[in-house]
Design a protein around this ligand. Sequence first.
Ligand SMILES: Nc1ncnc2c1ncn2[C@@H]1O[C@H](COP(=O)(O)OP(=O)(O)O)[C@@H](O)[C@H]1O
Ligand SMILES: Nc1ccn([C@@H]2O[C@H](COP(=O)(O)OP(=O)(O)O)[C@@H](O)[C@H]2O)c(=O)n1
Length: 672
Amino acid sequence: MYSTHFLDLPPLRSAGGSVTLPGSKSISNRVLLLAALSAGETTLHDLLDSDDTRVMLAALETLGCGIERLGGHSVKVRGLAGALPVKAAYLFLGNAGTAMRPLTAALALLAAQQGGKFELRGIARMHERPIGDLVDGLRQLGCPVDYLGNDGYPPLRLGTGETAALQLDAPIRVRGNVSSQFLTALLLALPLVASQDIQIEVVGELISKPYIEITLKLLARFGVTVKREGWQRFIIPAGSRYTSPGSLHVEGDASSASYFVALGAIAESEQGITIQGVGLDSIQGDIRFVEAAQAMGAVVTGSANSLQIRRGAWPLKAIDLDCNHIPDAAMTLAVMALYADGTTTLRNIESWRVKETDRIAAMACELRKLGASVEEGQDYIKVTPPAADGWRAASIHTYDDHRVAMCFSLAAFNPVRLPLRIEDPKCVAKTFPDYFEALFSVVQADAEDIPVICVDGPTASGKGTLASQLAARLGYELLDSGALYRVTAHAALQAGLTLEAGDEAAIAELARALPVSFDGDRVLLSGQDVTDAIRSETGGMNASKVSVLPAVRAALVELQHGFRRLPGLVADGRDMGTVIFPEAPLKVFLNASAEQRAVRRHKQLISKGVSARLEDLLADLKERDLRDTTRKSAPLLPAQDALPLDNSELGIEESVQLVLSWWEGRRPFQGA
Ligand SMILES: Nc1ncnc2c1ncn2[C@@H]1O[C@H](COP(=O)(O)OP(=O)(O)O)[C@@H](O)[C@H]1O
Ligand SMILES: Nc1ccn([C@@H]2O[C@H](COP(=O)(O)OP(=O)(O)O)[C@@H](O)[C@H]2O)c(=O)n1
């Protein structure tokens, strides 16, 4: 996951390959609860790992349910078979609506039936999210429920510790036009107490039917078949009992699929995009996004559990669509509209106004930043793409809304090759923590569009420190080119070679196929951790010796170019700006006095428990400087367009901030 303040996407060119989607949030939390309420053990595979599911798992453990994490995205749940081993508990449910509502219903009923007492709380925002309709329904059933804060909102106390008689004769009436999660909560909970037929009556038109359908299908997997009359009446048959299906795979999230369906429709591609984990048999309503994408031009084929998408019509075809059936995925259509041949109108989307943010206002504002013309109504949005010369490099504000962040990433395919900034990219954690990693695994940019920041300079000037900080703040890849010379020298010595010109060809051959890999800050040679060996002062001196040999330098060029990957690169070395990435948009030449550098290195070594004499270090460092600056091949010199930075008097953070401000000055996102 990218936890940076922002993530800059270079202009993207094409796409192709396969992505596996994280599990559906709605399904994950429903099956966790169902498995916990069932008799028997259930192994759940492909669960979503997110804030909401973590909260649910913790709550179930508190309630005495056995949870065994099997690694990957699998857990084994030992069900409670409807019994309450823990009769009193305090549950903190964060901001997880998909945990708060169903747990409220289930625990209120079980507390009344078995004499329990539970307190359910969340974060402040959770205490502003209404729950009154559900509480009214539970009170009709005879469950004692108390508001501990404001009436109509969590926190709640469920039960009194005594049993209470349940009234199951009269139909329970719930309003259909409020959150379908209340109806889902009752449907999940009532089979626990179905000593007789129990009826739920929906008053008014039921919204979000696809989500109720998911609930009913999952109940059936756990052995409970609810009868329904249209969408107005649901009957839970007497004697219903949850039984474990043994194991169950959670489908990939169909709303998350929309970004990759759109990607397939937008990007040039030889092989197309394949989505694994969700397909045409999906039980999720948002799978119907596929039809909307097809109407805009996507060519989609699929099987039960996967989808293949290719670009069809280009430009995309503008559409006019009622999006009531796919409210979440429809945001993706608003971004696809940037590539359409006219004005796209998305109607019946008033629910966007009350989601994570006012999504109609948010989409309109951000689309306009890109240059689109947007008309916004109470329940619709009309998007007209920018003219070819009307596109702007925008910094997209994401409103703590995962879907805004994900759908706008597709604007990086703009035809005028402008980069795009996504603010607060970690907001995708709500449903798809590794969204950007998944995106980068299937998209390509032209190498010259992938930005490189070069940090060159002499030993102990702070290059490594500065470069790794820059990479961390920008979410960029890091190239520690010195490590490659260090590993080459190490491999040469291991192979019995000298580090002199006589062995140049042999060392170069080794370097050309160097089996080096990086694992965090560990350096591996043929899978063996050689970090400590190469990071020694002798390792540095040996590197300096092999780095003089032109054939060795040439042999390492391709390996270094390979580090230029999405979304960008910070490269640290001696010749990054002069030889390896001469067209890099920012080059920094770092320096500090030899004495300062010797003191820094001395401190660094002492802190690692390595004893060293300052005078020796100063002499070594001067020797290395001399060799690096006077060698014939790629000597240590500032590139002509490098910005010098003498950090003798600057702290680390000051240096980092200064270079970040230089970088910002070269980015096109004005006023970001
Ligand atoms: N601007 C700075 N001010 C003070 N110390 C620094 C600064 N930059 C780096 N250092 C310290 O100097 C030492 C050498 O830095 P390092 O990044 O390893 O240098 P290089 O990669 O250029 O050899 C480290 O202990 C680091 O914490
Ligand atoms: N791009 C590079 C990087 C390192 N090197 C050589 O490799 C040696 C070790 O590099 P390094 O960056 O790991 O060393 P320090 O600056 O951290 O001491 C340097 O002294 C250079 O001689 C190089 O020639 N070109």
